[in-house]
Design a protein around this ligand. Structure first.
Ligand SMILES: [Zn+2]
Length: 269
């Protein structure tokens, strides 16, 4: 599998060409980083803090010859000049990568009639050749042309993927972490209605109680509570079987119903 070594042009204080509010060195680094991100382990990104041209970094490269080198630049000229192209060392024939790249980048940045230029005057193509590395430089459109800059800025991912494809490198899918077993959401506490109480006031001498299976009407009572004797009596309401009737637990009569309608003086809280 072909691997890619990416050199981002200029840098280390050399901004490269500057136009339309952008610097070449910064833009090609943004692109280089995306190529690395998308290409994963098949891509090695050269130190972006270096200027490989100025420090002759290619001559001291020790990477395997499986790597193909791509050096990223943007062109600069009159504002009307447009188009991308690939540069290889003079005297060499373009290889399959060069041909694929020229086709791709000139499709994205049209405007040049010659899409593969052979140059005998550039240091890095010659250095790479001397070391035995496959090498090409891409001028990714003109930074001096507003439209090319727009295409570049809006298409960094497309550019990165396209360049990778020219080397047969597929986009690395982000590794999905194993589905996490979500901690079961704490069950919402059953909203227990706030416990209510009924207070039979101390002013009430007697309060009829009824068995829970009997209609709570006078005459059906099974006993009487004596609130006044105890300074009032308060019970927890266990149930509200019908309007104005509550179920309470008493000491003397067990679970009973009492009538607590308006006018009885019973206080429900
Ligand atoms: Zn440049």
């Amino acid at each position: 599998m072909t691997k890619l070594f990416v050199i981002c042009g200029h840098g280390a204080g050399d901004p490269g060409a500057c136009a339309n509010g952008y610097q070449e060195a910064e833009r090609v680094r943004a692109l280089g980083k995306r190529i690395k991100e998308l290409g994963g382990n098949n891509v090695m990104l050269g130190d972006v803090n270096r200027n490989y041209y100025a420090d002759n970094g290619i001559s001291s490269l020790t990477i395997s010859k499986d790597y193909q080198i791509v050096e990223l630049h943007m062109d600069s000229a009159a504002a009307t000049a447009r188009g991308a192209h690939v540069i290889i060392k003079g005297g060499l024939n373009p290889d399959k990568y060069d041909t694929a790249l020229a086709k791709f980048v000139s499709g994205m940045f049209p405007g040049r009639s010659v899409t593969i230029s052979k140059r005998g005057d550039l240091a890095n193509p010659a250095r790479a050749y001397a070391k035995g590395y496959g090498y090409r430089l891409i001028e990714c459109g003109f930074i001096s042309n507003a439209e090319d800059v727009k295409v570049f800025n809006g298409g960094i991912d497309k550019l990165a993927k396209g360049i990778l494809e020219c080397f047969g490198i597929k986009e690395t899918k982000p590794v999905l972490s194993k589905p996490q077993i979500k901690p079961t959401a704490a069950k919402p506490k059953p909203t227990t209605p706030k416990k209510q109480t009924v207070t039979l006031p101390k002013t009430a001498k007697e309060w009829r109680v009824y068995k829970t299976n009997i209609a709570p009407i006078i005459g059906n009572e099974c006993g009487k509570l004596k609130p006044s004797k105890f300074g009032g009596l308060t019970y927890e309401i266990l149930a509200k079987p019908q309007k104005d009737v509550v179920t309470i637990q008493t000491q003397d009569y067990g679970k009973v119903n009492i009538y607590v309608g308006k006018g009885t003086g019973a206080i429900i809280k």
